[in-house]
Write a protein that binds this ligand. Structure first.
Ligand code: FES
Ligand SMILES: [Fe+2]
Length: 411
């Protein structure tokens, strides 16, 4: 993070702490329509035009330890095979044989020299090429080169593997822009996978995503945890292109050091903002990441049905050397799970509310503007012409979207 960004964030926190109202001219945010959380047609559009056309986190390179290692990934429905090739490059394909749709693999993970369909034995290499069919005499004039596995866009940010079901996906780094710039200080190329957990939550995915985009709730639901350390009145926010955003919340006592991470290895490239404050990124659409010098979780939000979702919590750590993960991580994860329970405690009841006639939309405060930014981006993806008027949010935040990636590139 460069010096001018550091100064801007510090000034932002001071400004937020001292202000008596929203900045002059900041628009009142129109209520978010409740239909966005319960309308099946809108959610089908959201699946087709947002989720299936976005870069989303798939796995960490530690889950693909060798050439030929694969994982079977189904977060967005379609079965996708992610393979580490002989060149160590990671590629993704639909796990769908080009003959009659047999699966190439059924296990969640493993290793193969060749991917042989269990149905009639067609074989594919690590690059998805169809290399052999059984009884070729019965496929005269058959061009195997046209029947490779159907690829899915797949790119790395360091050790993090992302996929995108959009055939015309822009390059990952272009999409991430300022997120990738800032995350570089957390050494994505060296960070290791430390722990994974998953939770089922009974709500529309957006109900819970909204909750992780603001600090307005700290004083109520995190009174005994996060609120003791962080001062939400000083939270400063940047809204970035493509729906991404960052918030930084000052520590109440900057000199306080968390004993829960004492002795853990640290990333020496992490700057003062993430050392002394709580930084939280939203990598649009569905990653929330509060990074620190001793590692970070990706909290990843996945839609399942209209009123259920999966919450994945994946921890990454600086290299801890040989042997198992240091023991102190158990406490760290337990403490974090307690906070997650606080965050998720109302989700099923809020879902009941949004489905009830008593729910008339969401009036958001200035502090909650990242939520509005997220929803505006969703509508941009869906396209104004596609969603019904009563489901859409009115775009008002464009003048407040900054593009530090473009400014940096222009320097
Ligand atoms: S479905 Fe795969 S070989 Fe027939
Ligand atoms: Fe929270």
């Amino acid at each position: 993070m460069d010096a001018s960004t550091i100064e801007k964030i510090k000034a932002g926190m001071a400004y937020e702490s001292a202000r008596n109202g929203p900045p002059d001219g900041f628009p009142a945010l129109p209520p978010i329509p409740s239909a966005r959380y319960i309308d099946q047609e809108f959610n089908d559009l959201e699946m087709a035009r947002l989720w299936k056309r976005s870069w989303v986190y798939a796995c960490h390179m530690d889950e693909l330890p060798e050439q030929g290692s694969y994982i079977l990934w189904k977060r967005l429905g379609s079965p996708i095979l992610i393979i580490r090739g002989k060149d160590d490059k990671v590629r993704a394909f639909y796990n769908t044989c080009r003959h009659r749709g047999g699966p190439l693999v059924k296990d969640e993970s493993g290793r193969r020299n060749l991917f042989v369909c269990g149905y009639h034995g067609w074989s594919y290499d690590h690059e998805g090429n169809l290399v052999a069919v059984r009884d070729p005499r019965d496929f005269p004039n058959f061009d195997k080169s046209c029947l490779g596995l159907i690829p899915v866009a797949c790119e790395n940010l360091g050790n993090w593997v992302f996929v995108n079901c959009d055939e015309n996906a822009e390059p990952l780094l272009d999409y991430l822009g300022p997120v990738a710039d800032e995350m570089s200080e957390f050494q994505p190329e060296n960070i290791r996978l430390a722990h994974k957990a998953e939770y089922e939550i009974k709500c529309n995915v957006k109900v819970l995503l909204d909750a992780f985009l603001e600090t307005y709730h700290l004083k109520s639901i995190h009174q005994q945890t996060v609120d003791r350390f962080l001062d939400h009145m000083g939270t400063t926010i940047e809204l970035w292109p493509n729906g991404h955003s960052r918030m930084v919340t000052p520590n109440r006592r900057p000199e306080w050091k968390d004993p829960g991470v004492a002795g853990l290895p640290e990333l020496d490239t992490v700057g003062e903002i993430a050392r002394d404050n709580n930084v939280s990124y939203n990598v649009f659409p569905n990653i929330v990441c509060p990074p620190s010098p001793t590692g970070m979780p990706f909290i990843v939000f996945w839609p399942k049905t209209l009123n259920t979702m999966a919450l994945e919590c994946i921890w990454f750590s600086p290299d801890w050397g040989g042997g198992p993960l240091p023991e102190i991580w158990r406490t760290r994860i337990d403490n974090f799970e307690r906070i997650l329970e606080e965050d998720t405690q109302f989700a099923p009841q809020i879902q009941e509310s949004v489905e009830s006639d008593g729910f008339k939309g969401i009036p958001l405060s200035y502090q909650e503007r990242r939520i509005y930014h997220w929803h505006e981006e969703l509508d941009r993806r869906i396209g104004a012409e596609n969603a019904k008027q009563n489901v859409r949010v009115e775009p008002v935040l464009a003048p407040y979207i900054e593009n530090p990636h473009a400014s940096r590139a222009a320097e």
